[in-house]
Design a protein around this ligand. Structure first.
Ligand code: C2E
Ligand code: CA
Ligand code: CA
Ligand code: CA
Length: 280
């Protein structure tokens, strides 16, 4: 239980002690997670207005031997703060490319065109970020499938010059970029037409309130209009209902991701599903 002080602050009580302890356990556990093969790639389809799966986002899961499945919301920040995020995301990149390459060899619908990977700002800003991922990209060249890095606005705000430089180098290696959770960070519009950005992902915060086709969603309208003017693609995140899909389709948003189509799936299940090309 939270012991809330009279003036609103919390005391360092038993529950906080437990929190610190479990954080430390996570940090220790993460060291072993890669070598013990406890991390798993899950994928969530990205679906076009025609209902075709044109890509997927890779979402990491940690299958802990005692604690069961741990959400990335609970361990990514620990990985960032303990300096383990680079090793983890390099693993994600390599495993993803390896997997997609093997799927291509086994047979993958030609309509599957891109794979998105989340890159943490603290990983992206490592001095050796590019030199460490280049060999991975070279090792698994993918034909006709774009590799997209999802980054957040805050990365650009805090490190504009260096981030810009790295993005341009990576663009030359064939990487494309999307802005994740667009609209929720400290947006600066100046970067949008200066950087090699291809896609804006509208955060589900803006999609969730849409209940009927008559609703108003001014932020969604503005993002779609701006993207159109700038020649950017838009993916709506967190689409959970047919009404939301239709609402977005009527406004020209042609790509969707969300539980309405599919939750994230274990990579094996994802591959089986995409071979059947069946969503909802
Ligand atoms: P995100 O990048 O914004 O990913 C989307 C999250 O929304 C995923 O949660 C996904 O399962 C969830 N989601 C998708 N559709 C719906 C929907 O219709 N409704 C609702 N309520 N939720 C939906 P997940 O998989 O728990 O991942 C949480 C966050 O963890 C991700 O948010 C991302 O920020 C982070 N994450 C996951 N894998 C990685 C990684 O490899 N590297 C980094 N840096 N972050 C990662
Ligand atoms: Ca993402
Ligand atoms: Ca997102
Ligand atoms: Ca998010």
């Amino acid at each position: 239980t939270k012991a809330e002080g009279r003036h609103g602050y919390r005391f360092f009580d038993v529950s906080m002690q437990r929190l610190a302890q479990s954080r430390w356990q996570l940090e220790e556990g993460l060291h072993k997670a890669i070598s013990q093969q406890e991390l798993e790639l899950w994928l969530q389809p990205q679906v076009t207005v025609q209902g075709v799966i044109s890509g997927a986002e890779v979402l990491l899961r940690w299958q802990h031997p005692d604690k069961g499945m741990i959400s990335p919301l609970d361990f990514i920040s620990v990985a960032e703060e303990s300096g383990q995020i680079s090793a983890i995301e390099e693993w994600v990149l390599e495993e993803t490319l390896k997997k997609v390459k093997s799927w291509q060899e086994a047979g993958l619908p030609k309509t599957f065109r891109h794979i998105s990977i989340n890159i943490s700002p603290s990983h992206f800003m490592q001095a050796d970020f590019i030199s460490r991922i280049e060999p991975i990209l070279k090792k698994y060249p993918l034909d006709n499938i774009d590799v997209e890095f999802e980054i957040t606005e805050n990365l650009l705000i805090d490190n504009f010059a260096q981030a810009t430089k790295s993005m341009k180098v990576l663009q030359e290696q064939g990487i494309s970029f999307s802005i994740d959770d667009f609209g929720t960070g400290y947006s600066s519009l100046r970067y949008l037409n200066q950087l090699p950005i291809n896609v804006l992902k509208i955060d589900r915060y803006f999609i969730a309130p849409i209940n009927t086709l008559e609703d108003e969603a001014p932020i969604v309208d503005v993002i779609l209009l701006m993207a159109k003017k700038l020649g950017l693609e838009v993916i709506a995140e967190g689409v959970e209902t047919e009404v939301q899909r239709q609402f977005l389709a009527e406004r020209g948003c042609r790509l969707y991701q969300g539980y309405y189509f599919s939750k994230p799936l274990h990579h094996g299940e994802f591959y089986a599903m995409i071979c059947r090309q069946q969503v909802i």
